[in-house]
Design a protein around this ligand. Structure first.
Ligand code: PNS
Length: 159
């Protein structure tokens, strides 16, 4: 059985992430999407808000569950017995960081392999950071995130 983990910040989840989630869920027996609780960053959304958003957008995919974790991805992988780590690759600019992370995780959690899914072309430019910036200046983000996520982002910026 192959149990995959897709770790990330998901601040917020975008159509690019959802594309990776759907494709990874079709490849593996189960997929856990896990939000990193990273005290070093100041995210727009709390961990609970990000978990709720992910649960909302993944509710129709039966083998996907959503969780959160703190600390090293490799420790979370080992503790829960995942054998695959999923990461999306958008462009060559992602590669160096992702390669380093995959190799580090392989040393720390030798029973798991990182599998990269190349982002579908229509989402290759997309990032959570861009979405937040466009929304901050009142731009149209409807092509980047689902409706429910769009509403939550604009609600944050109205506060
Ligand atoms: O969505 P992101 O921000 O690109 O995800 C990055 C993430 C959360 C996967 C990465 O920063 C991570 O795994 N952080 C946990 C700490 C850790 O394990 N660091 C060592 C990896 S080299």
């Amino acid at each position: 059985m192959a149990h995959a983990l897709y770790p990330g910040s998901f601040d917020p989840v975008t159509y690019g992430h959802i594309d990776v989630i759907r494709r990874a869920s079709a490849l593996f027996d189960s997929l856990t999407v896990a939000v990193l609780n990273n005290g070093a960053k100041s995210p727009l959304f709390s961990v609970d808000e990000r978990v709720n958003m992910l649960q909302g957008v993944c509710h129709d995919i039966p083998n996907v569950k959503v969780d959160s974790f703190s600390g090293l991805t490799a420790d979370y992988v080992t503790l829960n017995g995942y054998n695959v780590i999923i990461r999306g690759l958008r462009a060559v600019t992602d590669f160096e960081y992702e390669l380093q992370m995959a190799q580090t995780n392989r040393k720390l959690a030798p029973d798991a392999d990182t599998v990269f899914l190349t982002t579908s072309l229509e989402y290759a430019y997309l990032s959570s950071t861009t979405v937040k910036e466009v929304a901050y200046f009142g731009g149209d983000i409807s092509k980047f995130v689902p409706r429910e996520v769009e509403e939550l982002i604009f609600k944050k910026f109205k506060k």
